[in-house]
Write a protein that binds this ligand. Structure first.
Ligand code: PLP
Length: 392
């Protein structure tokens, strides 16, 4: 089916049987690089990448053959049993994370990774309260939702965690004032994604590290969107030299195969006894085989360096558009936000009409999250399309 044309009838069926949660603005079939095709065979430049997921682009040949090879060997292996591919992936993942993050719980999504982080924080500290940031986004399951700022997502489901105090992002003093002996964890994204592509100001994560250490709380960094090489370093926190107790990853970590990871120190890991947490699909060899390819491409394949260089190029190009419609352009590596002086959704739609796929972040930010394989020519084209859309 994947090679066949997208038929409108089939797409309508898909919409009818889906959960009714998404306003689908189009449909994509298969394609390589940063360029998927839609139902009419039109090619797009994909600077959303499934919201930062397709780190190797679409239809990456090496990823596809590793997944196919693994599928023909062993797709599933319960975590109750050892597996060579999982072991190799865990070893490489912890090596790249460094900073004492020597253990990782594997799961299948970002929200699960954060859910596990909160559970471990509670077990490690015996406390229930959390400090999180305004505009932060941790996921849609009940625990992760409690640490998600946007009230329309969170409010109808409040209750399971202890108190969650939302402090202004980037304000070290406010954070220090909110953290005390009742705090189990401070949960922060080093670069906020859904909240509008906000980069932690220099010294902010270090201040969070000191504040949590002073009261015996955990520092949990949610790198579900900004981690796994997207900012040009394996962890975004590596730019600041801050070592957290727990770091969560997902999205681009396996190039599109569902995966999540909660990395933690030995000390945190010991807080939950054997059997204290688990998941059926976590650590399955298929996702781990895909993850191994991504980790190798990030390092030996030079993709982290490419993310850093192309990110600079994208930032510089978009910054030239600051003016009557664009208030600011900010970001790190290939996680870039263009803040408009108007609503983002119509501009995202206009960009798509012109062949460039982006994604809004908050009411007035257009977010650019291209595959980490993106080329200089593709970056220049994305900037040119944006310039034309804003001029037109
Ligand atoms: N944390 C951050 C920073 C995210 O951006 C997201 C998703 O956008 C999540 C957690 C939740 O991840 P998932 O959608 O895989 O559950």
């Amino acid at each position: 089916m994947s090679d066949g044309p997208l038929t409108r009838a089939l797409l309508a069926e898909g919409a009818r049987h889906g959960p009714g949660l998404y306003a689908q603005e189009g449909a994509f079939g298969r394609r390589a690089g940063a360029c998927p095709y839609d139902a009419d065979g039109r090619e797009y430049l994909d600077f959303a990448a499934g919201i930062g997921v397709a780190s190797l682009g679409h239809a990456n040949a090496r990823l596809a053959s590793a997944v196919a090879e693994q599928a023909s060997r062993l797709i599933v292996c319960s975590q109750g049993y050892g597996n060579d591919v999982r072991a190799a992936f865990l070893r490489r993942l912890c090596e790249l994370a460094g900073g004492g993050l020597r253990r990782a719980f594997l799961c299948s999504s970002g929200t699960e990774a954060n859910e596990a982080a909160l559970k471990w924080a509670r077990a490690a500290t015996g406390r229930t309260n959390v400090v999180a940031a305004r505009r932060g986004f941790a996921g849609r399951t009940i625990g992760a939702l409690a640490a998600t700022w946007e009230p329309r997502y969170r409010a109808p489901y409040e209750s399971l965690l202890g108190a969650v105090d939302f402090v202004p992002y980037g304000d070290a003093e406010a954070l220090e004032a909110a953290v005390d002996e009742s705090t189990a964890a401070v949960v922060l994204e080093p670069v906020q994604g859904e909240g509008g592509v906000n980069v932690a100001p220099s010294g902010y994560l270090a201040a969070a590290r000191d504040a949590t250490r002073a009261v015996g709380a955990l520092l949990v960094l949610d790198e579900v969107q900004c981690g796994a090489g997207r900012t040009g370093r394996f962890l975004a926190a590596h730019h600041d030299g801050v070592a957290a107790d727990v770091v969560t990853l997902a999205k681009g970590l396996a190039g599109g195969v569902p995966i999540g990871a909660t990395l933690m120190t030995e000390e945190v890991a010991l807080a939950l006894p054997p059997g204290g947490h688990g998941t059926t699909f976590g650590g399955n060899p298929l996702a781990c085989a895909a993850g191994l390819v991504v980790l190798d491409e990030l390092t030996a394949g030079g993709l982290m360096a490419n993310a850093a260089a192309m990110g600079e190029r994208l930032l510089a190009g978009l910054r030239s558009l600051v003016g009557p419609r664009v208030r600011e352009v900010r970001g790190r590596g290939l996680m870039v936000g263009l803040e408009l002086r108007e609503r983002a959704a119509p501009v995202v739609a206009e960009l798509r009409r012109r062949g460039l796929v982006t994604v809004a972040a908050g009411p007035n930010v257009v977010r650019y999250l291209p595959p980490l394989t993106v080329s200089a020519a593709e970056v220049d084209e994305a900037v040119a399309i944006t310039a034309a859309a804003l001029a037109g």
